[in-house]
Design a protein around this ligand. Structure first.
Ligand SMILES: O=P(O)(O)O[C@@H]1[C@H](O)[C@H](OP(=O)(O)O)[C@@H](O)[C@H](O)[C@H]1O
Ligand SMILES: [Zn+2]
Ligand SMILES: [Zn+2]
Length: 228
């Protein structure tokens, strides 16, 4: 049966033969999500399936993948994790998992995410879940605020418009829309014919960018270090 690169990587990092977490491959999984090689919803469903594995290693390693994705993939993953349905599934797993360490780690993650999302109303389902579970008598470990610092930029969402952001030509049957992966704006083919990698967004393969973002990518990065 055909398995996508993402699924192969996920099988690899959640193998019950592993003696310790395979962090390089776990980070590679984050990259496949950030590069949009895999849809976040699909990725998270696959991770959740591993989370309910009867094998304690598989379950725990998949939890480390989930933690890493939330830390490194930004809004792409937060938009899935911060939803009521996902939170209900996490609550269910906490109630039913036979693995005590998975249960404790999930409680820790819930609290960390609730703190990290405290100023983002659309993810209020996370704090609501923590509150409900506290009311149900679950005890949460002490919060380590350092764990709630989510790093890394993620490419911006795509804007929509009926004309090119640069030359204002109207889109139609002939003039097709295209998106710049660097700024997320919509352009005609002529204004977005270039491509380049976007390492700051974890995009290591050349993707379509607009003229302005291409020019920016060609300038040497102004290093913020001290002038030598
Ligand atoms: O091919 P179309 O039917 O025009 O559809 C467009 C392409 O999928 C574009 O991909 P691209 O940016 O990689 O070109 C995308 O940016 C647009 O939003 C879509 O409308
Ligand atoms: Zn244009
Ligand atoms: Zn751009």
């Amino acid at each position: 049966m055909f398995k996508s690169n993402f699924e192969k990587l996920l099988d690899k990092v959640t193998s019950n033969l592993l003696l310790e977490a395979d962090w390089p491959t776990t980070l590679e999984i984050c990259d496949t999500i950030r590069q949009k090689d895999v849809q976040p919803k699909f990725a998270l469903n696959a991770i959740k399936k591993k989370l309910i594995s009867p094998n304690p290693h598989t379950a725990m390693y998949s939890l480390l993948v989930l933690e890493c994705c939330v830390k490194n993939c930004g809004q792409l993953v937060h938009d899935e994790v911060g939803t009521k349905p996902f939170m209900e599934q996490i609550r269910e797993i906490i109630k039913t998992t036979p693995h005590e360490n998975v249960k404790n780690k999930l409680l820790e993650l819930l609290q960390t995410w609730a703190f990290a999302f405290r100023a983002i109303p659309k993810y209020c389902a996370v704090q609501d879940t923590v509150n409900i579970m506290k009311a149900e008598g679950y005890t949460f470990p002490a919060l380590k605020e350092s764990d709630a610092m989510f790093s890394s930029d993620v490419a911006p969402g795509w804007e929509d418009s009926d004309c090119c952001h640069r030359c204002r030509v109207k889109f139609g049957m002939v003039q097709r829309k295209h998106h710049c992966r660097a700024c997320g704006q919509v352009f005609c083919a002529q204004c977005s014919s270039r491509s380049c990698t976007l390492p700051k967004f974890g995009i290591e393969k050349p993707v379509r960018v607009c003229e302005a973002c291409f020019e920016k990518s060609q300038k040497p990065q102004i290093n913020k270090g001290s002038e030598d």
